[in-house]
Write a protein that binds this ligand. Structure first.
Ligand code: SAH
Length: 300
């Protein structure tokens, strides 16, 4: 019996015919070959920063040839706070090179799940993103890693998400890509587009980490907005006050007020100011106008 067959047999043993073991608990390795099932409470979660929204996400490596790449990929996802790695029919696993290149990401390696087909790896997933170094003849929406990460975060709570990577030489087969909801392409140089597998994993893990930090940013560094947003009418008063102030302080000095106002409109509209922010800035304009008046009075 090959190692893969042993893994498969063991998995059947612990999962039975039901798939619930996958989402309700994790199949984890006691040692490299023997798998047991853990209860939900000790389920190994992805660990984006402690208060970040949790993504139930797995990285899936399909038919990986080089054991070192598996280790490097484990390290890549662990540095970004993720832990779940699924291997579809790896050529060699476990392997000393995998352990060496994981450089201590042992929690990822200890919890690796090995399955024989991509279909099994993603059976319970609701969003599957396949990473490709080049365009394939499959009509799939194509995303860059940033948009893919945002889409993963936009997926509804309870979604199981898979990010899938192909074999080092052949990439993902068309039949495998067809199982994906979208293709993710790292916009590399078209004349040299293929990244090392673990580096591609790193890029995706990094973007997912960034998206996770972004998702928690409002609570962290932008005070929650309690004031109502400024209405279009309030913004128009704001802009005419701004235009008048720029005149009063002689800001234009012969340049076209129209061009600068267009730019300032674009700038302020982009920020979606609330009523209080408009009041603060208009207070500032009032003061600037008052100072300009005083200066003029001193001149005369
Ligand atoms: N020769 C293969 C490249 C395989 S590289 C091909 O042309 O498809 C191994 C895996 O790394 C790929 O299957 C893909 O999942 C990922 N990868 C490498 N470069 C990538 C890129 N520019 N964009 C997205 N994924 C990439």
């Amino acid at each position: 019996m090959t190692r893969l067959e042993r893994d498969t047999a063991r998995r059947k043993e612990v999962w039975g015919s039901s798939r619930s073991g996958w989402s309700g608990g994790a199949v984890v390795a006691d040692n490299a070959n023997v798998k047991r099932i853990e209860t939900t409470s000790s389920h190994v979660e992805d660990v984006p920063p402690p208060s970040a929204p949790r993504l139930s996400l797995r990285f899936v490596l399909v038919r990986t040839s080089h054991p070192g790449n598996i280790g490097a990929a484990a390290r890549a996802i662990r540095t970004m706070g993720f832990t779940r790695l699924v291997l579809v029919a790896p050529h060699e696993f476990p392997h000393p090179e995998t352990t060496a290149l994981a450089v201590g990401a042992t929690d990822v390696l200890d919890n690796v799940v090995v399955v024989p087909t991509l279909v099994e790896a993603i059976a319970d997933c609701t969003l599957i993103l396949g990473c490709t170094a080049r365009r394939r003849g499959v009509a799939l929406q194509e995303l860059n890693p940033r948009d893919a990460a945002r889409q993963a975060f936009a997926a509804s709570a309870g979604s199981e998400i898979a990010i899938v990577f192909g074999n080092e030489r052949t990439g993902l087969e068309n039949d495998e890509l067809k199982l994906c909801h979208a293709a993710v392409h790292i916009p590399s140089d078209p004349t040299f587009s293929s990244l090392n597998l673990a580096q591609a994993v790193q890029v995706l893990a990094y973007e997912l980490r960034l998206a996770s930090l972004e998702a928690q940013a409002p609570a962290a560094d932008v005070p929650a907005k309690s004031d109502p947003p400024a209405s279009a009418e309030q913004m128009e008063y704001f802009f005419s006050h701004l235009a008048q102030t720029l005149d009063d302080i002689d800001f234009h000095k012969g340049r076209s007020p129209r061009t600068i106002m267009q730019r300032l409109r674009r700038l302020f509209l982009r920020t979606h100011m609330d009523e209080r922010e408009v009041r603060i800035l208009r207070g500032l304009f009032d003061d600037a106008q008052r100072m300009a008046r005083m200066a003029k009075e001193r001149e005369t």
